[in-house]
Design a protein around this ligand. Structure first.
Ligand code: UFG
Length: 344
């Protein structure tokens, strides 16, 4: 059984990926500092897979502590590095926190790969590296545009650091996955997104409004150059996204990646506007979402959706889950949280 180290494994995408790894026979070791996740996620994972993954409460900025994980669990074959701060607005207010957390972690992971003879890395990147693309759908060959936030910049810089390091040490390999907008939850509703405080992202705000935690969803802008005036994104089900990580690990372990570093867009290829998402949510769940149109949010791009052809062809992976289903799982998860909170 191959051992995989998953940093940020109790987080949103991390926890769904751990489930898929375990379901595919991998032994998972999670490291997470629990700064934006809960230890209870381990029980959620265990309730789905029948196995609680190994867990170490560690901040990836602490290289010594990470090195001890390699000593405690010998033979780690690959690392999936999710651990990072991810709130765009917060990154504008606290840039140093973002640069330190997101980049020192990457430096530590890369140094340890060389030192511990673990040569395979899957890195969590983002479609944010494309900014507002000139051509849509956007392919991996589109130029990386100047970042609009320190958060986005950390993803760009991390990609460059990894590229340079692999160029200098040809034992190392990386698959960088550029996520579009992950949404929804596991169909069991045992794990899902746990936003800290008031959600920044659309879907948790929608579900919290639908359940009555928030009064009203603000639609940021209806004057974009799009068919209905609201901004367009490529929403991908988190479980589809998680599955791509297992394939990426298999590709690395099987020595099938073509260069030291490869980049893949993980999206559906379909762009949906904010208003389309709201309508689909209402249709899928039968629940109305109170909303009002407000001004554009600073830093938002107008429209972005993926050309996932490269990932489809090279990874043999495709995100096919309907928008209705992804939004229905988000709603089931929100209802589950409400039930849990009412009992505690
Ligand atoms: N939106 C609203 N109201 C809300 C929240 C969001 O109208 O309350 C809109 C946004 O303006 C945007 C769309 O819904 O048009 C999606 O917004 P999200 O905040 O959910 O997602 P973003 O596309 O802004 O951000 C995501 C990731 C980031 C990443 C970015 C790259 O969350 O980590 O994509 O574009 F950097």
């Amino acid at each position: 059984m191959s051992k995989i180290l998953v940093t940020g494994g109790t987080g949103y995408i991390g926890s769904h990926t751990v489930v898929e790894l375990q379901n595919n026979g991998y032994e998972v070791i999670i490291v997470d500092n629990l700064s934006n996740s809960s230890i209870d996620v381990l029980d959620g994972i265990a309730s789905i897979t029948g196995k609680k993954p190994a867990f170490e409460k560690i901040d990836c900025q602490n290289k010594q502590a990470l090195a001890e994980v390699f000593a405690k669990y010998p033979g780690i074959e690959a690392i999936i590095h999710f651990a990072a701060s991810k709130a765009v607005g917060e990154s504008v207010e606290k840039p140093l926190l973002y640069y330190k957390n997101n980049l020192i972690s990457v430096l530590n992971i890369l140094e340890l790969m060389g030192e511990q003879n673990t040569y395979n890395l899957v890195f969590s990147s983002s479609c944010t590296v494309y900014g507002q693309p000139d051509i849509l759908p956007v392919t991996e060959n589109a130029p990386v545009k100047p970042a609009t936030s320190p958060y986005g910049n950390t993803k760009q810089i991390a990609e460059e650091i990894i590229r340079d390091t692999i160029h200098a040490d040809n034992r190392l390999k990386c698959i960088a996955l550029r996520y579009f907008n992950p949404v929804g939850a596991h169909p069991s509703a045992a794990i899902g997104e746990l936003p800290n405080g008031v959600p920044n992202n659309l879907i948790p705000f929608v579900t919290q409004t639908a359940i009555g935690i928030r009064e009203c969803l603000r639609v940021f802008g209806n004057d974009y150059n799009t068919p209905d005036g609201s901004a367009i994104r490529d929403y991908i089900w988190v479980v589809d996204l998680a599955k791509a990580h297992v394939i990426a690990v298999e590709r690395l372990l099987g020595n099938k990646n073509k260069n030291g570093i490869e980049f893949f867009n993980l999206g559906t290829g379909k762009g949906l506007s904010v208003l389309e998402i709201l309508n689909t949510f209402e249709q899928a769940t039968g629940v109305k979402v109170n909303r009002k149109i407000v001004a554009r949010r600073e830093g938002d791009v107008e429209k972005v959706w993926a050309d996932p052809t490269f990932a489809n062809n090279e990874l043999g992976w495709k995100a096919e889950t309907s928008t209705e289903k992804m939004l229905a799982t988000a709603w089931e998860w929100e209802k589950r949280l409400a039930k849990k909170n009412s009992m505690s």
